[in-house]
Design a protein. Structure first.
Length: 238
């Protein structure tokens, strides 16, 4: 596991974990434990930052299963389906897992974002629709019509309440309004495999992390942001 110390920009590693493409994305739970979301791994990764201990649990077959996870207001973690036809639901209080739903297709969504309305929105990768998960009753729906493949990789909730999808191969930024469940796109940015994932900073700007792109993406208008907004385990994945 990689450990970064922001106080002095030092790095270290610990643990021994075999295999490739094991987990994709991590989520900080209410119990202060970090959980890794299984991609090719058949287990959940459990990381305790208090003593840098790691363990795994669960038995989840398949490859390319989920791409990122989101902590909901019910304290459950939901895995975003990539190739998996089902949703992952993880209970950090008991370290138990469950699955629900039935979804066709591969490379469907890449990452998810919790909106202020309590719903989780999945960012379209190859899927032509935006995913909406209701953690209250574990139901899901989709909306929108978005053509293309490998479109966006990850999303970020901005202070204006809008979710922005980070362009991967897509030339435009995705804009999701959770208050109306409407989608639109804007800008024109050429290139492929540009950015993968984004982060909201304290200045209110969203920054896209370069994948093959040589520059960092900067999106939004500078606004005052409460210090705990981007650091909350609920609003943005940590």
């Amino acid at each position: 596991v990689l450990k970064i110390n922001p106080s002095d920009d030092s790095t270290s590693t610990f643990g021994t974990l075999s295999g490739s493409d094991k987990w994709l994305g991590g989520v900080l739970a209410a119990n202060d434990i970090i959980y890794g979301i299984p991609h090719d791994s058949t287990t959940i990764l459990k990381l305790d930052p208090s003593d840098d201990s790691i363990s795994t649990f669960g038995s989840l077959s398949g490859s390319n299963k989920w791409s990122g996870g989101v902590l909901a207001f019910n304290s459950m973690i939901y895995g975003i389906p990539y190739d998996s036809t089902e949703f992952l639901k993880l209970n950090p209080a008991t370290d138990s897992t469950g699955i629900f739903g039935s979804l066709a297709g591969s490379a469907k969504w890449s990452g998810g974002v919790l909106a202020p309305n309590g719903m989780i929105y999945g960012i379209p990768y190859d899927s032509t629709t935006v995913l909406k998960i209701n953690p209250i009753n574990d139901t899901a729906s989709t909306f929108g019509s978005l053509s293309g493949s490998a479109k966006w990789a990850g999303g970020v909730l901005a202070p204006n309440g809008i979710i922005y999808g980070i362009p991967y191969t897509e030339t435009e930024v995705l804009r999701i309004d959770p208050t109306t469940d409407t989608v639109s796109t804007f800008s024109n940015i050429i290139g492929s495999a540009k950015w993968f994932g984004g982060v909201l900073a304290l200045n209110g700007m969203v920054y896209g992390i370069p994948y093959s792109e040589t520059k960092v993406l900067k999106l939004g208008n500078q606004v005052d942001v409460q210090e705990d907004f981007p650091l909350s385990r609920y609003w943005n994945k940590l």
